[in-house]
Design a protein around this ligand. Structure first.
Ligand SMILES: NC(=O)c1ccc[n+]([C@@H]2O[C@H](COP(=O)([O-])OP(=O)(O)OC[C@H]3O[C@@H](n4cnc5c(N)ncnc54)[C@H](OP(=O)(O)O)[C@@H]3O)[C@@H](O)[C@H]2O)c1
Length: 282
């Protein structure tokens, strides 16, 4: 591992996750401390304190989460422990040891009724599913328990390091001649690599603390997203748009969950990022 103390010491939680793996690559010129769930369970405050006290990082980047949106409806306790208590623990310990905390949240903290999108300071978090509820509680816990934080909201995430919508659709496309995909939920697909790069920008530029929105630009529906994936991968499967009602899931999904970015440099379009993801091996 390359180390560079001039840039500072960064501890990444959930380092084996999809975003965690890209963060580790993008921050490889920092002194990196990579912790997966087995080495640091963020739901255990004693464990968090023990590690932080020993390692004394300048930053904690929390990439740990319980991200199975439908699974959250069934496993409410785990979902709240990881997505709400975990950030609360990290916030308390960050404050105690004077460390900056970087945390990721989601478009699903909003109810999705606002067709114009949600700016960073939109005051009314009103989640409609358990995952969104737990992530909103995580945000609140950070805001209450520490001052030194960046909360970066992201959406519709995919990347090389984990199970994601893009790879699922490619696999389905290889198996099926015809597919129905939901065409009434709108969002901004976002590449983990771009989130990791933007996180580095925020840290390097020492931007003002607070809430940021870091999604790839422009929006689409899951159907339009799939159409683009199949176009790039030259998959011939026939695609049919369908409604959310035709495809019931345990967790309700917001209809318009566009995060407006009014504070950070504009990120490249989701189509551009998707093309890079699908034509690069890592
Ligand atoms: N995925 C999306 O579409 C999406 C959309 C918007 C926002 N986000 C947010 O973006 C961030 C990164 O998401 P991601 O998709 O990269 O997640 P991910 O791939 O599911 O990775 C999360 C990591 O956290 C680990 N973890 C779970 N419980 C933990 C615990 N108690 N202590 C420490 N680590 C634990 C997981 O380990 P195991 O796998 O071993 O459980 C996994 O390695 C999260 O904050 C997420 O809420 C994601």
């Amino acid at each position: 591992m390359k180390t560079n103390m001039k840039n500072g010491k960064i501890l990444i939680t959930g380092a084996n996750g999809m975003l965690g793996q890209d963060l580790a690559q993008v921050f490889s010129d920092y002194d990196l401390l990579l912790f997966d769930k087995n080495r640091l369970d963020i739901t255990n405050i004693d464990e968090v304190e023990k590690v932080i006290k020993k390692e004394k990082p300048n930053y904690i980047i929390n990439a740990a989460a319980y991200t199975d949106v439908d699974g959250c409806e069934e496993n409410k306790d785990i979902c709240l422990a990881v997505n709400a208590t975990g950030p609360e623990n990290l916030a308390k310990i960050s404050k105690k040891y004077d460390i900056k905390l970087v945390h990721y949240s989601t478009d699903y903290v909003f109810n999705g009724e606002n067709k114009n999108g949600y700016p960073e300071d939109y005051s009314d978090m009103d989640p409609i599913n358990m995952y969104g509820q737990s992530k909103a509680e995580g945000e609140e816990a950070i805001k209450i328990n520490c001052d030194n934080y960046y909360i970066i909201r992201i959406s519709w995430l995919y990347g090389h390091g984990g199970k994601n919508f893009v790879d699922t659709m490619i696999n389905l496309g290889k198996e099926k001649d015809e597919l129905k995909v939901v065409n009434d939920q709108h969002g901004s697909p976002t590449y983990t690599r771009d989130v990791a790069e933007m996180t580095k920008h925020i840290i390097k530029k020492n931007l003002e603390l607070g809430v940021y929105h870091a999604t790839n630009s422009n929006e689409c529906t899951w159907y339009e997203f799939t159409k683009e994936i199949f176009k790039i991968k030259k998959i011939q499967t026939k695609l049919d748009p369908c409604t959310t009602d035709e495809f019931p899931r345990p967790a309700k999904r917001p209809e318009y969950s566009i995060l407006l970015n009014t504070k950070l440099p504009k990120m490249r379009s989701w189509k551009h990022a998707l093309k890079e993801y699908l034509t690069s091996s890592n």
